[in-house]
Design a protein around this ligand. Structure first.
Ligand code: 5GP
Ligand code: MG
Ligand code: MG
Length: 183
């Protein structure tokens, strides 16, 4: 669905589908250049990064291996629970591999700070992060993504994989959720 299909639920549209695709293509190009001559494994963090993974992976003009993890750090609402646990682990052994974690948003940084150390401890050759969005004002843990699409204000956003109570993931664009939806 498009932003106009849920326009009463959104305060604004931050990024249109077209802008998102443009940004991902740019990021993919940079990543390709940086990992030239190296085997690359991209790891998507379910469920939010599903759309970013799908579109970014297809922007590459080379092979990349793809795997997925599911971790939980959030409750069903808009606040972090402060707890990270693995719901689904990697299928691929990452020992000696160049791993690039793909995520849709860094908020407190709790999830990715934990995930990065966890994957490094498994003996990966390198572990870096690519995220479409980042909220610099919300950061609580030291996370230093190598690739960032856009920095955004500290508001709750939905669309393009980002949910509110499992809704809005299939929205093509990214928008700020209207407070009347969650208050
Ligand atoms: P963290 O706080 O650990 O950096 O973010 C963990 C997860 O919380 C993100 O991967 C995402 O699923 C969710 N999250 C953080 N900020 C937002 C937001 O503004 N909107 C939505 N829908 N999810 C968010
Ligand atoms: Mg995520
Ligand atoms: Mg969520």
């Amino acid at each position: 669905m498009r932003a106009e299909d849920v326009k009463d639920d959104l305060v604004n549209v931050l990024f249109t589908e077209e802008q998102i695709h443009g940004k991902l293509a740019e990021m993919a190009k940079q990543i390709e250049a940086d990992y030239e001559g190296k085997d690359l494994l991209i790891v998507g963090v379910l469920k939010g990064a599903a759309m970013v993974m799908a579109d970014m992976a297809r922007s590459f003009t080379r092979h990349v291996d793809m795997d997925w993890m599911a971790v939980a750090s959030y409750g069903s609402g808009t606040k972090s629970s402060g707890v990270v646990r693995i719901i689904k682990d990697l299928d691929i052994d990452i020992h000696g591999r160049h791993v690039l974690i793909i995520d849709e948003i860094i908020d407190t940084g709790l999830t990715l700070s934990w995930l990065t150390s966890s994957l490094r401890a498994r003996g990966a050759e390198s572990v870096e992060i690519a995220t479409l969005l980042r909220k610099p004002d919300a950061l609580q843990m030291p996370v230093d993504p190598k690739y960032v699409g856009w920095d955004i204000p500290n508001d709750f956003v939905v669309g393009y994989g980002l949910d509110y109570r499992e809704k809005y993931r299939n929205l093509r664009d990214i928008g700020t959720l209207a407070p009347h939806i969650y208050s």
